[in-house]
Design a protein around this ligand. Structure first.
Ligand code: PNW
Length: 466
């Protein structure tokens, strides 16, 4: 057993997102988002679940902040609901919505917890989708206006501003495969969405720099660790293509000021990328204080010859639409397991690999794990406890993977567990539970799972055993 230590300065946190926990979908002047529309469309989410009530955090936030304080966490990552603060997505701001987040931020500061605010965790105002959504350039300009409004209202009290959460999901799941809102399946639009999300990040990043120079600026990406099934040149090329679409489509413009040439070439049959205007890439490359990394699982691919049977691991075979725009010649293979309740392969060493790769490719860029965690089929025991040993094991091994990267000199400054609470897991509704705190959706009662007790001890000691 080697004890792995984290310094006093390491930031321990937990993360949530507005639509997944707040509920109060029609209260105090909140507008509608694409997730309201999508979840209320029959057949889109498991069991027809919606975020209308969710974990009722909008009314229970003081107790929820008490839980964060009792866990001993130094930071809390939450998101601001765009339609709550700017109901139509442009023009008028809603004072009641801004006030909710002002109280939340003050409540965190009173408890000595650092607010890490995400501007966009997928809840685009429906009006903006009706006007074209992320495939339309104007959405990025509207985002700049929204950013100025919230940074103007909260800026000096928010420690870290995160522009976007996982633009990969917004673009490819929202507009490519359609398994996320708004549920469109238009490959060219997905790539236009990639660019306008990147542009929105750059524009909002500049707003943060101008309005609140002392705040930290970040973005959160769900980076993929892609492995090839064999050492063949064809499989290596499949890895390269998926890496371009998943990772470098965002890392390139954000950290290096340009889209990778291979990405543009690979997708030339889908789009000519003429929506990228001169000067855009420079704008997108606003320097980041910290890059947020969300990591859950890894990806295994092989080159597809066009004839042999496809594996259905990513929906290529199972459904007509794939998020992997322009990569029809790549096959996604089932992984060895074990799996979480999401069907995601558990692969902690891939997280170390990812962090080492980021250090190698983007030297000097500080990193933060802004999400990591697991859904399992939790059961409430006769003693009323939730003995989620598998979640503890998942967290222990992934935090160990972070320690391994740090031991090799990678500048990882913090770790946020996903999630503080069980919540609305998008297309999977309330069926998949990621919380370290259980939510009883009938009573809204919160119960610490064993993983919450375990995390509290880790945070208190900074020592990981096992
Ligand atoms: C992330 N994928 O979502 C989100 O940031 C959270 O809101 C979410 O609850 C959490 O991870 C767990 O799912 C993802 O298909 C959704 O690769 C889908 C994917 C990745 C991340």
């Amino acid at each position: 057993m080697t004890a792995r230590n984290f310094p006093e300065s390491f930031v321990w946190g937990s993360a949530t997102a507005a639509y997944q926990i707040e509920g109060a979908a029609t209260e105090d002047g909140r507008g509608r988002s694409i997730w309201d529309t999508y979840s209320h469309t029959p057949g889109r989410t498991l069991n027809g679940d919606t975020g209308d009530v969710a974990a009722d955090h909008y009314h229970r936030w003081p107790q929820d902040l008490d839980h964060i304080a009792a866990l001993g966490l130094s930071a809390y990552r939450f998101s601001i609901s765009w339609p709550r603060v700017q109901p139509g997505g442009s023009g008028r701001f809603n004072p009641a919505g801004l006030d909710f987040y002002a109280r939340l931020v003050d409540g965190l500061l009173e408890r000595g917890i650092r607010p890490v605010a995400t501007m966009y965790h997928w809840d685009l105002p429906q009006e903006l989708e009706d006007a074209g959504g992320w495939p339309a350039r104007d959405t990025a300009l509207r985002f700049e206006e929204y950013a100025a409004g919230i940074v103007g209202a909260l800026g000096d009290r928010v420690h870290t501003w995160t522009t976007l959460n996982e633009p990969w999901c917004s673009a490819y799941l929202g507009y490519g495969s359609g398994v996320h809102a708004p549920g469109r399946t238009e490959p060219a639009a997905a790539l236009a969405a990639v660019h306008h999300l990147n542009l929105a990040h750059g524009l909002a990043g500049r707003v943060v720099r101008e309005l609140t120079p002392s705040a930290e600026l970040s973005v959160t990406l769900n980076l993929h660790v892609v492995r090839g099934a064999s050492g063949s040149a064809a499989d290596a090329d499949a890895v390269r293509r998926i890496d371009a679409l998943a990772n470098r489509a965002f890392l390139g413009p954000m950290l290096q000021g340009a889209y990778p040439a291979d990405l543009l070439a690979d997708t030339a049959a889908v789009t000519d990328w003429s929506f990228v205007r001169s000067g855009d890439e420079k704008l997108i490359a606003v320097p980041l204080d910290v890059l947020g990394v969300n990591y859950y699982s890894s990806t295994l691919v092989r080159a597809w010859d066009g004839h042999s049977a496809r594996s259905a691991a990513d929906g290529h075979g199972a459904s007509a639409h794939s998020p992997w725009v322009g990569a029809e010649d790549v096959d996604f293979l089932p992984q060895p397991g074990p799996y979480t309740a999401m069907g995601w392969n558990i692969d902690p060493p891939a997280l170390t690999e990812l962090l080492l790769r980021l250090r190698h490719d983007y030297p000097g860029q500080p990193l933060m794990i802004t999400e990591n965690g697991a859904a399992f089929d939790d059961v409430v025991s006769a003693d009323a406890g939730v003995h989620d040993d598998r979640r503890i094991d998942y967290l222990r091994r992934h935090i160990g993977a972070v320690a391994d990267a740090r031991a090799q000199g990678v500048d990882v400054r913090g770790y946020f567990v996903w999630s503080l609470l069980d919540n609305f897991e998008w297309g999977y509704g309330y069926d998949r539970r990621f919380g370290i705190i259980r939510v009883d959706y009938d009573t809204q009662e919160r119960t610490w799972k064993d993983s919450a007790h375990w995390y509290r001890r880790l945070v208190a000691t900074g020592q990981l055993d096992g």
